[in-house]
Design a protein around this ligand. Sequence first.
Ligand code: SAM
Length: 179
Amino acid sequence: MAIIIVLVVLTLIILYFFSSKASPIPYFPTNSQDMPMIVKAMKLANNQVIIDLGAGDGAVVWAAATSAYEKGLNTQFVAVDINIVLVLWMKFRRLVHPHKAHISIIHGDMFLLNYKKIIGSKKPLFYLYIAPWFTKQVHKMIQELNIPCTILSYFYPITSGKSQKTAHRVHELYFYTIR
Ligand SMILES: C[S@@+](CC[C@H](N)C(=O)[O-])C[C@H]1O[C@@H](n2cnc3c(N)ncnc32)[C@H](O)[C@@H]1O
């Protein structure tokens, strides 16, 4: 009986995890072979804040935060996700990260956050790996902040923007600057 209950609970968690209610943009992690390219593209620096919009399991945040830690930087990382299962996992994972004092995990809808408060006086960089039908909307939201920033869009270009540069390993990374 106990095994059946555990199996039912696990099935419900898995169904929720992959449901469009939990993640309107499906969860799919950045390819680990592309991680060095992405971390290099971030040009990690002091007084910078890296915001991963739809951070998933936080893979990009952990890799970049490890690099910032090894370089002795105070770079801030903000991982935003709407899926509570992924957020709980990131909150747990954060506890054992050496750069944890500079990592925040936010459970919420990326379209409803107070970015001015999150960014403060820091230099923002947004990392996106989102569905192509969302890139325009996210681009517009970032532009409307009226804050100079960099956007790195993995896999999908932002069709409403003009990419200054691209990098490629397994998949493409598109660079955008907002002045
Ligand atoms: C393709 S995954 C990217 C995961 C991670 N950034 C990576 O590169 O490994 C997209 C993520 O966006 C999240 N997501 C979808 N809609 C969202 C929203 N409105 N606000 C915040 N996160 C959202 C999903 O839960 C999913 O984890």
